[in-house]
Design a protein around this ligand. Structure first.
Ligand SMILES: *[C@@H]1O[C@H](CO)[C@@H](O)[C@H](O)[C@H]1NC(C)=O
Length: 379
């Protein structure tokens, strides 16, 4: 029997309310450590630890989307082993190490930082010879992690009707045409065409029902709807790249091939979008969204294939968006004291009035109704 020991750990400080949440979770989970997520016949098997998740706190005004990670240093990270998506065996784990995932929101946008060690690999214009990442989110109620939504229809028969309920939202960033530190994703030209494409940096907004039925937002197997938009923005960086002054395309490959270091991928998206085709996940403050993250790397310089990617878990990982209230400080103590003194005074006055009213009513009652209480009781 295979156990996929998916681990999660906070790389930095754990806040007290997170601990509380964890204990509440333990109470609710009946201490069941392993959850069998897929009960399919055949080879696929996933046993995912149930407490793994990514938390996005409310931290406005902190993040610049420049591919650099300095502004994330005080944010808790969650570490995940990267295992082949199609065969999540520990023996075939990505040898460069775990992926650290950080997330936050500012009340309007949700932000992600993906951080993974890897020797510098970059070949201009050839995405499969550069690292690449994707985020996937559950949209439809019946959308499974396995098989990207899990609709049983093939490419000839999958439609928004035959695959209804299996929708997943995907953001894919292939950096082969993207300059480090620059912003890609939604741009006026592609959004003007009304689809999820990005002709400049290939940071595209997609949706899918299974691996064979994937399309840019707005594009469909039978018809297009030009109301769609690419709602994502993002940037990348590698720690071996030294220039801070910015690059032009001719500076490619921007760094020295094979240099040890860490890749950074940074993304943002508005919490809500205008999508009316079930092609975007919608995020809610205080709510939870199921997500997954994929990573492609040209191992030993060999170009990667679409299905040859690593993922952070063999099932969905919950992404929780904390409300801003959890960070609200209590009022300054002086005004706090004043208001509680007033509250106490108010309570005492209320009590006196109540006693007085009850006494008066009792008096009225004994005057107007002279029958003793005990006789009433005997009736
Ligand atoms: C939809 O858009 C795609 C990409 O722009 C295009 O290739 C395809 O021909 C369009 N389909 C229809 C039915 O217009």
């Amino acid at each position: 029997m295979l156990y996929f020991n998916n681990e999660i750990s906070c790389s930095t400080m754990v806040r007290p309310w997170q601990l509380l949440r964890f204990f509440l979770f333990l109470l609710g989970s009946h201490f069941v450590g392993w959850v069998i997520a897929h009960q399919e016949t055949g080879k696929w098997r996933c046993e995912s630890e149930s407490e793994i998740r990514v938390l996005a706190d409310f931290r406005p005004g902190l993040i610049t989307l420049d591919g650099l990670a300095d502004d994330w240093k005080d944010i808790d990270g969650f570490e995940f082993p990267l295992r082949p998506a199609l065969d999540p065996d520990q023996d075939h784990e990505y040898s460069g190490g775990k992926m650290t995932v950080k997330a936050l929101h500012d009340g309007h946008d949700v932000f992600f930082l993906l951080q993974v060690d890897g020797n510098y690999a970059y070949t201009r214009g050839e995405s499969t010879k550069c690292p690449s990442v994707a985020l996937m989110f559950k949209i439809g109620e019946g959308a499974s992690y396995h098989n990207m939504g899990g609709c049983k229809e093939g490419p000839d028969s999958c439609t928004n009707k035959t695959c209804r309920g299996h929708e997943v939202d995907i953001m894919h960033f292939s950096i082969g045409t993207a300059i480090p530190g620059r912003l890609y994703g939604g741009n006026p030209i592609d959004n003007g065409d009304g689809n999820g494409g990005d002709r400049f940096g290939h940071l595209v907004d997609l949706y899918g029902w299974n691996p064979h039925c994937r399309y840019p937002d707005g594009v469909g197997p039978t018809e297009n709807d030009t109301s769609a938009q690419n709602n994502w923005k993002g940037s990348w960086w590698h720690s071996s790249i030294s220039s801070q002054s910015g690059f032009v395309e001719e500076d490619s490959p921007y760094g020295t091939g094979g240099q040890r270091g860490t890749y950074y991928f940074e993304f943002s998206r508005p919490l809500r979008t205008m999508d009316h085709l079930q092609q975007d996940a919608q995020f809610t403050i205080g709510g939870s969204t199921q997500m997954s993250i994929a990573f492609w790397y040209p191992v030993n310089g060999n170009p990667w294939h679409g299905s040859g990617h690593y993922t952070i878990n063999c099932d969905w990982v919950p992404l929780d968006l904390s409300p801003g209230g959890s960070l609200t400080k209590s009022a300054p103590s002086s005004s706090h004291d004043a208001s509680s003194s007033f509250a106490l005074l108010f309570s005492v006055i209320s009590l006196c009035i109540t006693v007085f009213v009850v006494y008066q009513m009792h008096r009225l009652k004994t005057k107007g109704d002279p029958v003793p209480q005990s006789e009433n009781d005997s009736l």
